[in-house]
Design a protein around this ligand. Sequence first.
Ligand code: 5AD
Ligand code: SF4
Length: 362
Amino acid sequence: MGSGIPELLDKKHHDRSDIMALLQCREEEAPLLFRKAASVRDRYVGTHVYLRGLIEYSNICGKNCLYCGVRRDNVRIDRYTLTREEVLEAAMTAYNLSFGSIAIQSGENSSKVFVDTIEELVRTIREMTDGKLGITLSLGEQSRETYQRWFDAGAHRYLLRIEASSEALYRRVHPDDDMHRYHRRLECLKVIQETGYQTGTGVMVGLPFQTMGDLADDIIFMRDFDIDMCGMGPFIEHTDTPLGERGTDNLFLKERFNLTLRMIAILRIIMKDINIVASTAMQTIDPAGREKAISCGANVVMPNLTPARYRAGYQIYEGKPGYREINESNVSGLNLDLIPGMSLGLGTWGDTPHFGRRINAR
Ligand code: 5AD
Ligand code: SF4
């Protein structure tokens, strides 16, 4: 006979079948899982929600991921790149609002101009903020040299979602060409870690063809890789993409949302002291989605600082909030009343204890 959920939650080590059981626990049992995850979060990384001001630098992308609205072949969006001044202004907004960090995200581009521009921007932002504003990059697959240059310029965290840790699933949601190789992505993630970045990855939950076993393996992948940060979100169809043409069904969306909460909670229980994002995709499905993710163990949110007029161009999935959700009186856009006991971690980088531990262990 298998163990009940309380016994499973008390185990020191969770194997694949334990993770599967937690992913599939009965709905009445899920609150136990969520509460345990929140208490692990409180104990290992504290009761602060850290903010990363998100700057969506450009929606020009050389890739063609089958799920993403920003993919190269989508001719129905206007392509943009922020000017230097717009990036610096958004960064200063983050700094002045006491956000500990910013995250610069973009479609994938490895041109010389792009690489040079990012390097200069990172350096300038560090100078303008006396080195106080943390900089996360999420700029896709690059060469070792590029990762190193951006690191030397002052970026210290890098997010590269593996998207699906199963190679077979990865192949089903990407074109079969040299731009979209699972092994290259994995290699990039390793190089990012070796370069010295706090390393983040993540997956989409509810992709077509994905199984519960795939999701359990995603958690094991993140544990074995010893990541410092994770961003996971539900897959949301975008009509102008091969995987979204047939639209979506709200019932399935709700299921993906609930499954993402479980993924967050299980990852928190297993990896304890990493940073976990309450993603915007959660908020897209449920207006209180980010707060719910925080109640299940997440501890980071990424309020969008991209100038409002570009927002429509960065619709990775449909229904992504296009409005500016922050203002001076509520810098996170969160409803803190929904997450009693949590407060904003302002004016600090909000690094994970995990990263320090990982580096010291080398
Ligand atoms: N639904 C949810 N997330 C998506 N992403 C891309 N397309 C979608 C979609 N349709 C996620 C990917 C990518 C991140 C920028 O957005 O995980 O890494
Ligand atoms: Fe480009 Fe990223 Fe979208 Fe893939 S997921 S098409 S790399 S923006």
